[in-house]
Unconditional design. Structure first.
Ligand SMILES: Cc1ncc(C[n+]2csc(CCOP(=O)(O)OP(=O)(O)O)c2C)c(N)n1
Length: 285
């Protein structure tokens, strides 16, 4: 399949200039690169501008509750390990409301790819500071500046030993597609944090602002196999923004050796024949 075939022919309700358009195209390019048939891929999203992507691509979609994106994706993956499962949403959804699901599914190491659309604001609800907004960041809802320190999703994921941690910029669609494709191929929990401008609500981190600050890790001699180096890169303060693969490792996934999950996909096993289970299932469904 080529890239265009993954893109749904529908009207896209995003603002002109939003980075979401490019991220959608990069996702399609990554799936085309891997030759993944759409019926073998599930895209789980939550609520927000970014989360609308489930409706804008030709894939199996699960558009769930705000903050529950990773929980839904983890459930789908554990029931159907034969499918490629991607969780994609905004930084508010994944790191704010969904923070707890994120950290425990990294810890469990469910074999998922999480793509975070990081615009540093809650876009859909009109631009409040999101967890990645820096302290002092002014919005209409926080005119005196956000009183909270920013969450550092890269440092969090590296510290929790997530098997694949990367950051990219929506304005570099080819690099973004390559990183998404590597994240999907890497076994275990993968996080790709995609920085993107929000022309409607974020007037500080613009397209040009990012372009001036990006540092491509593959040009710096960075060793993604070194957790200490990855943590240092993730927490380095200053004006430079690292993009590329920060960290990779291999460790057993949640399903590896699990007494129930290993073997045939749980979601494809025949229903249990016990009368009790059958009557419960027929009562509720
Ligand atoms: C539990 C819950 N809290 C809050 C909301 C309201 N709400 C809906 S979308 C949203 C912000 C989404 O921001 P983000 O996830 O960063 O995505 P963006 O719109 O910026 O792409 C909020 C706060 C909600 N629907 N449910």
């Amino acid at each position: 399949m080529n890239r265009e075939e993954y893109l749904a022919d529908v009207e896209l309700a995003w603002c002109p200039g939003c980075g979401n358009f490019a991220i959608r195209t990069s996702l399609a390019a990554a799936l085309a690169q891997l030759g993944l048939p759409p019926h073998k891929v599930v895209l789980a999203t939550g609520i927000g501008q970014a989360a609308k992507i489930a409706h804008y691509v030709n894939l199996n979609g699960f558009n769930g509750l705000h903050g529950r994106t990773v929980a839904a994706a983890a459930g789908i993956k554990l029931a159907r390990p034969d499918l490629t499962v991607i969780a994609e949403s905004g930084d508010g959804d994944l790191y704010g409301e969904g923070g707890n699901h994120l950290l425990h599914n990294i810890r469990r190491n469910v074999d998922l790819t999480v793509i975070a659309h990081d615009n540093r604001v809650y876009g859909l609800t009109k631009g409040q500071a999101s967890p990645t907004a820096p302290r002092g960041y002014r919005t209409r809802a926080q005119p005196a500046g956000s009183p909270s320190a920013a969450l550092n999703p890269l440092a969090l994921a590296v510290a929790l030993d997530a098997p694949f941690v990367a950051q990219t910029f929506s304005g570099e669609p080819d690099r973004t597609a390559n990183l998404i494709s590597q994240a999907i191929q890497h076994r275990g929990f993968s996080l790709v944090n995609v920085l993107h401008p929000c022309p409607s609500w974020n007037r500080v981190q613009t397209f040009a602002w990012y372009k001036e600050r990006l540092v491509h890790l593959d040009e710096t001699g960075h060793d993604p196999g070194d957790q200490g180096q990855a943590f240092a890169v993730a927490t380095r303060s200053g004006e430079q923004i690292p993009v590329g693969i920060l960290y990779t490792t291999d460790r057993p996934t949640f399903a590896d050796g699990h007494p129930v999950l290993s073997g045939d996909p749980v979601g494809l096993r025949p229903l249990p024949s016990s009368d009790v289970v059958r009557s419960l299932l027929t009562t509720f469904f």
